[in-house]
Design a protein. Structure first.
Length: 109
């Protein structure tokens, strides 16, 4: 194995893409991202999975488009209040739910 220059500082490495200093920095950033992702999974804590299964199993129509079941577009449990893990759930087609994203429900005036 031959030495290559570090992608960040140009110092010769022991065959990797980065010197030991910069490799440690990359690993620390990755670990911080993993920890953040782990903290963000709070919406799936508690009874979310049970409530979501009940919504999907009893779904007859999508609350966003009012259409029935589609073979290639299964129902998902959609949070009525985006970002609130304890908000009520309603059935929505996967495509409808993705289109809505993290936006609040449209109101009719």
């Amino acid at each position: 194995m031959y030495a290559k220059p570090c992608l960040d500082c140009g110092r010769l490495t022991k065959g990797g893409s980065r010197c030991e200093t910069h490799q440690k920095m990359i690993e620390q950033r990755l670990e911080a991202k993993r920890a953040e992702r782990k903290r963000e999974t709070g919406q799936y804590a508690g009874d979310y999975r049970k409530r979501a299964k009940q919504v999907r199993d009893s779904a007859l129509y999508c609350h966003l488009c009012n259409e029935g079941m589609r073979i290639d577009d299964p129902f998902q449990a959609d949070h009525l209040i985006p970002g609130d893990p304890n908000s009520p759930l309603a059935p929505a087609h996967r495509s409808c739910n993705a289109r809505r994203g993290n936006k609040p429900l449209a109101t009719t005036d």
